[in-house]
Design a protein around this ligand. Structure first.
Ligand SMILES: Cc1ncc(COP(=O)(O)O)c(C=O)c1O
Length: 413
């Protein structure tokens, strides 16, 4: 067996199952889950129709690079969304969801033969983070180093906490904007700093942007800044050492379709295409056709965003009246602090008691982060995914409010 498999950590939901295994949720309430970050709005009918209308394509093997029609639809979306003109032949590749691509990219860019005297190659990522970054780094033979998010700076990662000696061994930096679980969007100044570090130390930046279409503010610059967009604004038109990953899962409510694409530095994309050919990650022709339909339509995305906006507008004030939580820049998560007088501020105890007393599932923040610089920045926080219907989310918020207001310390389970 590959010994690196032993380094993988249990997934947050596995830990949540363990935490709540002995809990009997109060049967007086119907269950509401804010735990799993999976979109639950219905898939638009026209996407399903495009999928079923394309089943004749199953008789042939698809190309790893995807059909030109798909790459063109992706490029047209990038131009509408970010005002960038990409070369469809060299700067765009379809992927089977951003998760596999985030993983595969590390296998492509990490050189495990380097920096052996200095602890091996390094992957840096924010903390808390999407757990695939860690698994991808470890299985590629790298170590992972975390930059804690700072609640005082809109949860921006503290890149200054990474010593120069670590940057010197860094081969890959994951960033997540809008962030899971914080919802924070990286501003241009932060991008500039990361580009400078990438230029100095030669590492690749993988920008995970799968929540880019779920945002709450109005106006011309309300849509989250993309990595490639930031690069272009700073005159980096070749996107040197930068790859952005995006996905239809959240934008179009198709997490089961497994469809996204990556874009950026043509030299990295060339190596990535080679890797993917051997890995066998070509996209099904039917999925490609459905994806073309999805990328070409913006109406359903606007409607989807409006539904999330409605939920956040109603839920956030209810929760903000009893705990430290604010409307994030984007994403479908609330990243809230457990009040220190409730369950001693413990995210795990809060999660267990809330489930036991009010049948609402949330995710302990500490499961989404690791200890770094002497602290776990998810500790004492919970993540709530507002993926259920508007009424269910509002009801969950009312129950959480009631739980906090009625909390008696001796009720600890
Ligand atoms: C931050 C982040 N990146 C990537 C993904 C993967 O999404 P998909 O593979 O469906 O594109 C998720 C899914 O929850 C996520 O939260």
């Amino acid at each position: 067996m590959n010994p690196l498999l032993k380094k993988l950590q249990p997934y947050p939901f596995e830990r949540l199952r363990g935490l709540t295994a002995g809990v009997t949720p109060n049967p007086a309430y119907r269950p509401i889950s804010l735990g799993i970050g999976e979109p639950k709005h219905p898939t638009p009918a026209f996407i399903k129709d495009a999928l079923t209308a394309a089943l004749d394509g199953l008789a042939s093997y698809p190309a790893t690079a995807g059909e030109p029609a798909l790459r063109e639809a992706c490029a047209a979306w990038v131009e509408r969304r970010y005002g960038l003109k990409l070369d469809v032949a060299t700067q765009i590749l379809p992927v089977n969801g951003s998760r596999e691509a985030l993983f595969a990219l590390a296998q492509t860019v990490i050189d495990p033969s380097q920096h052996l005297g200095a602890g091996g190659p390094t992957v840096v990522c924010p903390n808390p983070f999407y757990q695939i970054y860690e698994g991808a780094a470890l299985l590629a033979g790298a170590r992972i180093v975390f930059a804690n998010s700072d609640p005082a700076r809109n949860f921006a990662a503290d890149w200054s906490s990474i010593p120069e000696s670590v940057w010197a061994t860094t081969q890959l930096l994951y960033v997540c904007s809008p962030g899971n679980p914080t919802g924070a969007v990286m501003p241009l100044a932060e991008w500039q700093r990361l580009f400078e570090l990438s230029d100095r130390f030669g590492f690749v930046i993988a920008s995970d942007e799968c929540y880019s279409e779920i945002y709450f503010r109005e106006g011309t610059d309300a849509a989250p800044l993309g990595g490639l967009e930031a690069a272009a604004k700073l005159g980096r038109h070749d996107f040197k050492n930068l790859i952005a990953l995006t996905s239809l899962s959240k934008r179009s409510n198709v997490p089961g379709l497994r469809s996204g694409f990556v874009m950026g530095d043509a030299a990295i994309m060339k190596a990535f295409l080679l890797y993917r050919t051997y890995h066998g990650s070509a996209m099904s022709p039917a999925v490609q056709r459905a994806s073309v339909a999805a990328w070409n339509d913006e109406t359903h995305v606007v409607e989807n965003r409006a539904l999330y906006r409605q939920k956040f507008e109603r839920v956030t004030p209810i929760l903000a009246s009893v705990m430290d939580v604010a409307l994030p820049d984007a994403s479908f998560y609330l990243w809230a602090k457990v009040p220190s007088h409730i369950c001693n501020g413990s995210d795990e105890t809060f999660t267990r008691e809330l489930l036991a007393q009010y049948n609402v599932a949330v995710l302990p923040g500490s499961y989404l982060a690791r200890e770094a610089n002497g602290m776990n920045p998810g500790q004492g926080r919970i993540r709530m995914a507002l993926v259920a219907g508007v009424d269910e989310c509002v009801e969950a918020a009312e129950r959480i409010k009631a739980f906090i207001q009625a909390f008696i310390p001796s009720q600890s389970v």
